[in-house]
Ligand binder design. Structure first.
Ligand code: ADP
Ligand code: MG
Length: 558
């Protein structure tokens, strides 16, 4: 008898074992109804087939898989299993009263179960076990009642064996029920825990990757250490800026190394002191640090755990401020220059008036003195004119005010200037070649300034050439850029002088002012353009002035 009940016990647990295997294989829970119907139906059928008869009373555990599978499979499983149960059970019923009892049981069971199912999946596993045991207790009660009823109707004497079978099957049922729910819940909890761990570790990996990306992209050299001083993160910039031992030329090689081993020996002590302080919990302030031609700002600080404020590591940051420093120096220099320029401009302006008076009187004296000293007067006048033109150039260079601009065609301006430039060239025995591009768009310009720019560049070209030299002026429009080229075949410019060309007062000519090119540059910049110079000594020079149509429009709009 005990053997048969043990078999029933094991059979009733079969769906749970099978479910565990299935669930472990990570099928998730979407097909639970189907799998529970199959497993529950199979186990019920096996229980019923191997059912143990105690004097004609069927004693088996079929209700365990029925209940457990329905609880976890939901309403569809309940319906399927009820059908399976009815199909197996009804042919075995002996009379009408048994059929009535069976039907009433099924109806009550289904109603009770469907009410339970509504919230079963939401409650804690402890409550699930309680619900399971509660249902099973009711069922055991039903068993006991029908058992007693059956034996009284059949008028069979109760003996120790009958009573012990009943008691064993009640205990077995409750135990099987508790075990079923316990096992299913534990496999689910395990899965939940596994999912949670996977999610947390994915998040962690994500955060670490983000941190590494940030460290890689930042403009700081970064070294992160753990509490033991082992490098956990480092970026390429750190390899470039901090002086590490030459063998550590790769981020991967540095990870896992102690900070004591990575710096070149002459700096090791300084870095060790800095980082050791940080690892001891001190915050080090910024330290400027000059290395070769670079100025670095470096700082180290401790990283603390958010949980207990304990030092969890240290970070070393270094920032290359060389450029910022240079820029600051440059801005200071510009400011000083601009001040000097403004003062000079106002003084120069004041010189103009007395000069105009001098020139007027010189002219008057010249007229009155007839032909005597005519040459001297001519030289004085010419020099006065030259001073005046230098002053004009200087004042245009110093001027900063907004210009009156209008849409106009570069080609038209060049055509206007052509006779003047030709006359200039002819006087020197040189010739002028003008090739204007087609379909040139108009641009916003100040006519007077562009004429001045053209004149300065053309004159420089002519002055660099000997007789018979040809000066070529071309225009071209491509890729939204209008280009003006002034090409001479003159002496050219030595390489070492190229970067001085646009400095005010740089000149190689005895009667030069050195203001022509700076003025051209400031005109081009006022038009949102640029000037490039290309030169080969002995062969000639090309100046290219380019105006970008788009930036030009933007320039005007702002
Ligand atoms: P300036 O003509 O009064 O000397 P610029 O600013 O116009 O002043 O030119 C500065 C210097 O640049 C010139 O003295 C000359 O040495 C050089 N330079 C300018 N343009 C040319 C050129 N086309 N060919 C050779 N040298 C040039
Ligand atoms: Mg010049």
């Amino acid at each position: 008898m005990l053997k048969e009940l043990l078999l029933q016990f094991i059979l009733s647990l079969l769906p749970v074992f099978a479910y565990q295997l299935w669930y472990d294989k990570d099928r998730g829970s979407k097909d639970t109804s189907l799998i529970m119907s199959l497993l529950g139906g199979g186990a019920m059928a096996l229980c019923m087939i191997t059912s143990q008869s105690v004097h004609g009373y069927e004693l088996d555990f079929r209700l365990i898989p029925y209940t457990v599978a329905s609880l976890y499979g939901g309403l569809p499983t309940l319906v399927v299993l009820t059908i399976v149960y009815a199909v197996f059970r009804i042919p075995m019923l002996d009379n009408l009263s048994e059929f009535v009892i069976f039907s009433v049981f099924i109806i009550i069971f289904m109603m009770g179960m469907s009410a339970t199912l509504r919230h079963f999946h939401r409650v804690s596993s402890l409550r699930k076990k309680r619900i399971g045991l509660f249902i099973m207790s009711l069922i055991c009660l039903y068993y006991a009642l029908t058992f007693i009823l059956y034996f009284s109707v059949q008028q069979i004497q109760f003996n120790a064996e009958i009573i012990s079978s009943l008691l064993i099957s009640i205990v077995g049922t409750l135990l099987a029920m508790w075990l079923s729910i316990y096992m299913i819940e534990s496999v689910r909890e395990k899965k939940l825990l596994y999912d949670e761990v996977t999610r947390v570790s994915a998040n962690y990996r994500n955060e670490v990757e983000k941190l590494q990306q940030f460290i890689d992209e930042t403009s700081f050299a970064v070294v992160l250490l753990d509490r033991e001083g082992i490098v956990t993160h480092i970026n390429e910039l750190a390899i470039k800026l901090l002086r590490l031992k030459p063998e550590f030329n790769n981020v991967k090689l540095l990870l896992g190394e102690s900070y004591r081993d990575i710096f070149v020996p002459e700096l090791a002590a300084a870095y060790e002191e800095l980082l050791q302080k940080a690892l001891n919990g001190d915050r080090e302030t910024l330290q400027p640090y000059i290395e070769g031609d670079k100025i670095l700002l470096k700082s180290a600080f401790s990283i603390r755990s958010t949980v207990n404020e304990q030092v969890a590591g240290a970070a070393l940051l270094a920032h290359d401020v060389t450029e910022i420093n240079q820029l600051r120096d440059e801005v200071g220099r510009m400011e000083r220059l601009s001040l000097v320029g403004q003062m000079a401009a106002s003084i120069t302006h004041e010189i103009r008036n007395p000069m105009a008076v001098i020139r007027g009187f010189v002219q008057l004296i010249q007229e009155r003195s007839g032909q005597t000293h005519h040459d001297y007067f001519r030289i004085v006048m010419e020099e006065l004119d030259r001073v005046n033109s230098i002053i004009s150039d200087f004042l245009s260079l110093a001027q900063n005010r907004a210009l009156a601009m209008e849409m106009s065609s570069l080609n038209d301006i060049i055509r206007d200037m052509k006779p003047l430039l030709e006359a200039d060239a002819n006087l020197r025995g040189q010739s002028l070649l003008v090739e204007l591009g087609e379909d040139m768009p108009s641009i916003m310009v100040n006519d007077r300034e562009i004429k001045q720019l053209l004149l300065n560049l053309a004159r420089n070209g002519m002055e660099a050439m000997d007789e018979k030299g040809i000066l070529t002026i071309t225009t071209e429009y491509k890729d939204n850029v209008i280009e003006l080229r002034i090409v001479d075949v003159g002496v050219g410019i030595p390489q070492e002088k190229m970067n001085k060309l646009f400095e005010p007062f740089f000149t190689t000519k005895t009667r030069g002012t050195g203001l022509g090119l700076p003025l051209c540059l400031s005109i081009a910049e006022r038009h949102n353009g640029r000037i490039d110079a290309y030169s080969t000594e002995g062969k000639g020079t090309t100046f290219v002035v380019s105006f970008n149509i788009h930036t030009q429009e933007v320039g005007i709009a702002t």
